[in-house]
Ligand binder design. Sequence first.
Ligand code: PMP
Length: 368
Amino acid sequence: MASLSDLPLRDDLRGLSPYGAPQEPVRYALNVNENTHPIPEAVARDIVESLAHAVLGANRYPDREFTELREALAGYLNTGLDAEQRLGADQIWAANGSNEIIQHVLQAFGGPGRSALGFPPTYSMHPIIASGTGTTWVTAQRDAGYAISPETVVAAIERTDPDLVFLCAPNNPTGTPLHLDTIAAAYEASRGMVFVDEAYAEFVPDDIPSALTLLPGRERLIVSRTMSKAFAFAGVRVGYLAADAAVTDALRLVRLPYHLSALTQAAALAALRHAPEMLAMVDEIREQRDRMLAELPVLGYRAHESWANFVLFDGLTNPKATFEALFARDILIRDVGLPGALRVTAGTEEETTYFLSALADLGPGGAA
Ligand code: PMP
């Protein structure tokens, strides 16, 4: 086999690494922030019936505008919004996971000669999709404890003058909350698009408003969501965003026609019909997250505040050795490359118990 250097690859892709979270067949897979609860069987049956119906029409291209799905997603988001914040279906866009949402946004608003600003440590695909679309990725530092204050975001935007600002609310891999005043300040300070990645929105405390509430009157603001996490739908690949209808018109210029298959649309519509059952596990997952936030310090670790379905903890003597020791016990968590730290997904009560007791067995500071 030839190597990459034998190929006329784009110069700006040389030396880059692909996304590569390990996919290993372990009993306790707590490394990519999936919902570890399976889809309820009654819902699964309804999804299968919808798929069967869609298959019968699969000789035709699917609805290129995924109109019904946009209506259903608007309905889902509107349950949490006041009357004056309600979204129309023309303000919704969907794609194969929120990764493709990010790609569409960068294709339309980034690209060669343009830049996107991010605040590492943050979601690793933001810079990877930026480089795939030829967008320059520029970075700025977070405050202590991984927070981003309005002053910090404004200073970074003034320094870098980006075409896009990427904010993650709450942040992955740290779980850190991001408050609306920071998002509003970023919008005021920038001339470009402000992309708020709310992949973990359903795990945020109930009384905290989403960035969706900031959309009216802000045509450069984009709020992105996914069905991969709270909806237990990671394998289906459905992400979506809400923004001004002009933004969705911009995305029509870059999407491939029929990018959402008839099967994806049918499955997502069926799942959204069962939103309450699909989301029934969110409270239990938040409980397990809060339990880890309480119990990890008892084991001598610092657990970072998290509004997501995972916890970043540090105080490990040797994160790689601890990762390996847990892996040997059939547990997969995530080494996100932060010193002394690892990240673990909040799973079922049984999974959390197994993880915490395996970690306790390794002794203070984890494996050496
Ligand atoms: N955004 C964030 C912050 C994420 O953590 C993830 C998944 N790990 C995604 C987007 C992408 O999710 P998906 O493509 O499955 O919707």
